[in-house]
Design a protein. Structure first.
Length: 284
């Protein structure tokens, strides 16, 4: 088992819960239920309430009454779109194709609006883009739709042109990729995930039973750690990465935990089936 630490912030865990199970609930999640479900991963009631308030101010959660009249919270349309977009990354199982091409984001922001330049850079980096040149950002072509949604949602689309294309030289693409992304830093993120969760998987592989509350706890913590990684690591083809890339191992650990724990955790969460990808299919 693993300990809840500062790496699992209450606000992040609440978003992770909605992504994993909250979308399958028939209506708003009662506050009392949020408190129960977050207590299972070590978050106390005051932290739940304050984190929910912050998420409400950010427009990700909206207050609503349940069918019985209890106070609760539902996902905003914006938050649901974010989670739906994230499913394609978080639950990816197929290796990326070598020949999928690239999406380029080229932006220009007038000097009086230079603050938006910082927001643009931060958003593109948060989507997993690398930097090909000043003002030119690059990512695998499959990230186009999510990038478009994100830039439109933030009102940044007037400053950006998006292109699709191939890398034609002059350096080998693998060498260029090593310039566009900090692969050593990305590898460290994968190693950190393995340090925290490979032993959790080993623990479950040695058990025959899968108690619902324990499964829920370990799955939510693993998902909370994992869901950020597909945004740090854009999912580059193996041919463009260093040998023995730790992302292969960390993805295998997450998939194994997902298949073993997700459905059992849904029982504790009180939902029939979790949203998103089934256990062995689909591509934060």
């Amino acid at each position: 088992m693993i300990n809840v630490s500062d790496q699992h912030a209450p606000r992040s865990l609440i978003v992770t819960f909605y992504g994993a199970y909250g979308r399958s609930m028939p209506g708003p999640v009662p506050v009392s239920e949020l408190i129960r479900l977050l207590a299972a991963v070590g978050v106390d009631a005051p932290s739940v309430r304050s984190s929910v308030s912050r998420l409400k101010r950010r427009g990700l959660l909206v207050p609503a009454r349940t069918a019985t009249g209890a106070a609760g919270y539902a996902l905003s349309p914006e938050a649901r779109q974010l989670l739906d977009d994230g499913d394609r990354r978080v639950y990816a199982t197929q290796p990326p194709p070598v020949d999928e091409g690239w999406v380029l984001a080229v932006f220009s922001v007038p000097e009086p609006e230079r603050q938006k330049r910082h927001v643009l850079r931060s958003r593109l980096a948060g989507l997993g883009f690398g930097t090909a040149a000043p003002g030119v950002w690059i990512a695998p072509a499959r990230l186009y739709e999510e990038t478009r949604h994100s830039l439109e949602r933030l009102g940044l689309d007037p400053y950006v042109d998006l292109f699709r294309g191939d890398h034609l030289g002059f350096a080998p693409t693998a060498d260029a990729v090593a310039r566009w992304w900090d692969l050593a830093a990305i590898a460290k993120e994968h190693e950190a995930f393995l340090d925290g969760h490979a032993r959790v998987l080993h623990h479950w592989e040695g058990r025959q039973d899968t108690p619902a509350q324990e499964a829920y706890r370990d799955y939510l913590l693993a998902l909370d750690s994992w869901r950020h990684l597909p945004y740090v690591d854009p999912g580059l083809p193996a041919a463009l990465l260093p040998a023995d890339w730790p992302g292969v191992r960390s993805a295998a650990v997450f998939r194994a935990l997902h298949e073993r724990l997700r459905d059992a955790g849904a029982v504790f969460a009180g939902v029939d089936q979790a949203p998103g990808a089934p256990a062995a299919t689909r591509q934060t």
